[in-house]
Design a binder for this molecule. Sequence first.
Ligand SMILES: [Zn+2]
Length: 485
Amino acid sequence: MTEDRTSDAAPADPPPLGGHHPERDAVAARADGFVAELRDWLRIPSISADPAHHGDVGRSADWLAEALRRDGWPTVEVWADGPALPAVYACWPAADPAAPTVLVYGHHDVQPADPLDAWHHPPFEPTVLGDELHGRGASDDKGQVAMHLLGVRAHLAATGAGAPAVTIKLLVEGEEETGSPNLKSLLADHTDELDCELIVFTDTPLFHRDAPTVCTGQRGVIAAEVVFSGGEIDVHSGRVGGGVPNPATALARLVAALHDEHGRVRLPGFYADVRPPTDAERASYAALPFDEAAWLADTAGGARATVGEAGWTTLERVWVRPTAEVNGLHAGYTGPGVKTIVPADATAKLSFRLVPDQRPELIGAALREFVAEHTPHGILAEVRLRGDGVPPYAVDVEHPANRAVQEALADAFDQPIRFSRTGGSGPAALLHAALGVPIVYFGATLPDDRIHAPNERVVLPVLLRGAEAAAGLWRRLASRTERGQ
Ligand SMILES: [Zn+2]
């Protein structure tokens, strides 16, 4: 780490407080206790997908509420309304009643840990290995929520104040890993408590350990099943084949027609609402250190080549361009040996990743239209959309709050902070729609933390830098977020 910044870095900083790195010192002084505390929390298997662990989701919420009370948060509540698994809400008002209010969003539920035998250490016996902490939830998302707790402690210690520079609210839900099924009603039931000027969304990674970034968007998603049916039953491919339509052949044609020769999706109107990234964003992505071979080997699971929509780089294809993917295909006989049939039906599972300002419901309607156009005579088609989908969200990168995140990270990581996005999906658009305020993304985990997979880990020095940046963010936002903005 160098104390000097390279030239294209970072926007000007506000004058440092007192010493040069009071927030860094405050984080360092609390690091050991922080790791012990996080390990404690990670021992609770708060798996929202498994009803057998719903009691643990409650214990995890209680653990967090207790930790917040120990820290002195004046308001701490566990919300367990209706069918929703418990969420934790907390509020620490700023000393200055005119200061803006910022809501931090995260989640305390975790993914199932299967397959258990692929873990080098048991998933709920968190283990420090070198500078990494291994355990389910270490990165997604308990580690990042705990980072905020440490960030607030460091902010108060560095400023010597008894209250934060902005009013900080926390909403840590317990159902994110099952698609936040009750978040919309939770937000509707608590609009007064959750009133704020800005949301800090904490559930996304930095680009790379050596190239930290500010995430500025997530793609949306809509998933569907397309079923083609021919006859009522599978029939003999010799006595009947050649005389009736084959649903598997027809569905294969439909799947093949999803993309044109330039890799563009052929659903009608698919690109009509796509908002392109700005020149600054594209320049920022191009400047990131992207190792294609390493990306293919690790992130892409050993894929042998990059392909995709013509005219866009790999990072752009997975961050700012919409896609159509075949997730599964099933038709006829797939067991051992030979079975000479014309299958009765064929099914394709499809998903579409969406970018601003595409809307899941319009893409669902476009899929129905596309399927109708590609259903041959003699085939019955059915399109089953899976839920309402998740809308995409992207930050205006020039927004003062986004600049404040960028500066806070630049200060903590001692280097320029470029932009990135993540190709996955989350409830940012839902939060934005419900609370009507802008969102910034703030995270300090890494894309190779193996979230949702065996041996999930968090890199502790990176997470501690994140806590330092979080501490610096509150002081910056005090002067940058206008009330009512
Ligand atoms: Zn998460």
